[in-house]
Design a protein around this ligand. Structure first.
Ligand SMILES: NC(=O)c1ccc[n+]([C@@H]2O[C@H](COP(=O)([O-])OP(=O)(O)OC[C@H]3O[C@@H](n4cnc5c(N)ncnc54)[C@H](OP(=O)(O)O)[C@@H]3O)[C@@H](O)[C@H]2O)c1
Length: 261
């Protein structure tokens, strides 16, 4: 099985890096119009090309990591070179549906739609993946590709907008929360660098408690909140100021917005 990454920009290169480290025996083709930024991958046995026809002719799983508005025209223009008995179509483009891809391709392909987040650049993406009834049964293979970017969850395509909000926009919500904590840390005495270090590792540690223990956040909060102590006083003050409520409202506002687009 050969993988072709068409559009090796930010995300395409992260995918390429993930495949090279997690699937070392797989042959990879990578394309973009100006290949200078990815030419060095040729020394890692990647076929680097500016000719997408070469990628389509040699690869089985085609990953479209192009800008969203170019994906459907690209598939439509290349439909005569695609073969449903050979090719699996994978798109990471925000907002492009599987039925649009099928329509542009004009045939019954296995289609996968993935929504990674920007943490793909450091192999810590939360990627939501959905697919149709893949006639070639390549779900496990496609999931392995995205596992190279971090963690993958299978969802119904009807939840793709919700996954975009929670997982992709979610990076921004979490970072804004971290910025606020850093600002608080500076107010209680730290310089910005030390506050950032403390907040970042605390955030990572709190996430690992949930991921590794499988516990509910409130269970872990209970361990930190001594009766009449400083943690519960601070937490309650945050709630009086609308902390949880504002986060939930922000998420639902983003969701309403994405559904109108
Ligand atoms: N970045 C993320 O973390 C992230 C997260 C979720 C979803 N996405 C989705 O991923 C897709 C790519 O995003 P990105 O941030 O990686 O964008 P990007 O950096 O602009 O990458 C797009 C790449 O496509 C190449 N390209 C354009 N036309 C092409 C063609 N005809 N044939 C081959 N390559 C072509 C461009 O290079 P040349 O100009 O040299 O051709 C460019 O390197 C988008 O649809 C976005 O919605 C990205």
């Amino acid at each position: 099985m050969k993988i072709g990454i068409i559009g090796c920009g930010n995300l395409g290169v992260s995918l390429l890096e993930g495949v090279l480290s997690e699937m070392p025996d797989i042959e990879v083709y990578a394309s973009k119009r100006d290949v200078s930024s990815i030419a060095h991958y040729a020394s890692k046995k990647v076929t680097v090309t500016d000719d997408n026809q070469v990628v389509i002719a040699h690869c089985d799983v085609l990953i479209f990591a192009l800008k969203p508005y170019t994906v459907l025209p690209f598939i439509h223009e290349h439909r005569e070179f695609l073969d449903p008995k050979r090719h699996t179509l994978v798109s990471v483009a925000t907002g492009i549906t599987m039925s649009q891809i099928l329509e542009a391709s004009g045939n019954n392909y296995g289609v996968y739609r993935a929504m990674p987040n920007t943490a793909a650049a450091v192999n810590e993406s939360m990627t939501a993946l959905s697919s149709n009834e893949d006639p070639l049964n390549r779900a496990a293979f496609v999931q392995e590709i995205f596992n190279g970017l971090g963690t993958t969850v299978h969802i119904d395509e009807s939840l793709m907008n919700a996954a975009t909000i929670l997982g992709a926009c979610g990076v921004a919500y979490v970072l804004r929360f971290m910025r606020a904590m850093i600002q608080g840390g500076i107010e209680v005495g730290f310089d910005a660098k030390t506050a950032t270090q403390i907040v970042s590792q605390t955030m990572k540690g709190a996430s690992e408690l949930i991921l590794q223990n499988g516990s509910h956040p409130e269970q872990e909060i209970d361990k930190v909140t001594t009766p009449k102590g400083c943690t519960i006083v601070g937490l309650n003050e945050m709630e009086h100021s609308g902390f949880s409520s504002s986060l939930i409202k922000g998420i639902t506002a983003s969701y309403e917005k994405i559904n109108k687009e």
